[in-house]
Write a protein that binds this ligand. Structure first.
Ligand SMILES: NC(=O)c1ccc[n+]([C@@H]2O[C@H](COP(=O)([O-])OP(=O)(O)OC[C@H]3O[C@@H](n4cnc5c(N)ncnc54)[C@H](OP(=O)(O)O)[C@@H]3O)[C@@H](O)[C@H]2O)c1
Length: 327
């Protein structure tokens, strides 16, 4: 079994969760961590058992032994940090949203392709059992045609204008942080919409704090997408179909539920509780692809990431959301 030397770029909250998941995989070696602050890097390396640590992302990317980098910096910096790692010959898995706009994502894909390096957006849902169950139910045909989807993700975080959730310069706002999840649901279950309408409410820091979106499809299906830092609606999508309905939901604790309510049968409920919040499946996929000589995942193909960011761009423009440099 080949073991891969992993690096973590930006040791924040998400990197801590991803590292815990990485530690459960026998073929992953915790090689190095890079922070803008050497003391933060040293602390993270000590807490999680990394061999090396660096006080800059440039030093991390230049580590000659490092093979795969997990990037979890703010959205505004994903493009710069992904390009840094690719140009240093590293395989990359980068957190959502992959970048600020489709132009940046296209360049990242191009760079990885030219260098024959692995690249994947760290999208959580496609690897999870509840998603696979939902897709299996839909493709069984039991519910018939999907006519409407209601997808939502909202919670109330403490307001802090410096935090990446509220700071426009860091790609703040509900869209890229949490609205992206119901958008992923719509793209997965319904496809790319033909028309998008959207409206946003902006907060004190100028970032969008509530967003309502309507997707329309040529086959007369519609979807409502809602994301917000001003309400606590939870996380889920309801699918209303010809022959019944299905709710695909996840708790804040990441427990996963699929509730199936066919019009002519008893309700069925499926509950999944994956270990390590299921992040280990993303890391395992990177290494499986590399073992098989592949530079792209078929579970999260780069074409899906491009469709996703293009849809996010369309929503952003329709809702009047602008980041510095978002284009
Ligand atoms: N997949 C999921 O379920 C999930 C869940 C939560 C978040 N995420 C994603 O993970 C990424 C990170 O989120 P997080 O919650 O971990 O954020 P966070 O706790 O704020 O950490 C972000 C890290 O980025 C680094 N950084 C680099 N430039 C920065 C800047 N200009 N300002 C602030 N920090 C900067 C900082 O590390 P150093 O300064 O130490 O280098 C910081 O610790 C985001 O893309 C987010 O959408 C994904």
């Amino acid at each position: 079994m080949k073991k891969y030397k992993w690096g973590i770029l930006a040791p924040g909250k998400m990197s801590a969760k991803f590292t815990k998941a990485l530690k459960t995989l026998d073929n992953a070696e915790l090689h190095a961590v890079g922070s803008r602050d050497v003391e933060r890097a040293a602390l993270f390396a000590r807490d999680y058992g990394f061999r090396n640590y660096y006080g800059s992302y440039e030093e991390l990317a230049a580590d000659p032994e490092l093979e795969i980098v997990y990037i979890a910096s703010p959205h505004s910096h994903h493009y710069e940090h992904t390009m840094l790692c690719l140009r240093n010959g590293k395989h990359v898995i980068c957190e959502k949203a992959f970048a600020l706009n489709a132009g940046e994502v296209a360049e990242m894909i191009d760079e990885a392709g030219k260098r024959k390096l692995f690249l994947m957006e760290a999208l959580w849902p496609p690897f999870q059992p509840f998603y696979q169950k939902a897709k299996e139910i839909l493709s069984s045909g039991i519910l018939g045609r999907i006519n409407y989807m209601n997808g939502y993700f909202s919670f109330i975080p403490p307001f802090n204008p410096e935090d990446r959730k509220f700071n426009l310069a860091l790609g703040g706002g509900s869209l890229l942080d949490i609205g992206i999840y119901p958008v992923i649901d719509a793209l997965t279950f319904l496809g790319v919409p033909s028309d998008i309408k959207a409206s946003a409410i902006f907060g004190q820091s100028g970032s969008e704090e509530s967003l309502s979106v309507i997707f329309s499809y040529d086959n007369r299906c519609m979807a409502s997408i809602y994301s917000s830092f001003r309400t606590s609606a939870g996380i889920g999508s309801e699918l209303y179909c010809e022959n019944g309905n299905m709710t695909v939901a996840r708790g804040r604790d990441m427990n996963q539920t699929v509730i199936l309510t066919p019009h002519d049968r008893e309700k069925e409920e499926f509950v999944f509780r994956p270990p390590a919040m299921g992040y280990h499946w993303e890391a395992a996929e990177v290494m499986k692809c590399l073992d098989e000589g592949r530079t792209e995942s078929s579970i999260v193909p780069l074409s899906f990431s491009l469709d996703l960011i293009t849809t996010l761009d369309r929503i952003r423009i329709a809702a009047g959301i602008e980041f510095p440099g978002s284009g």
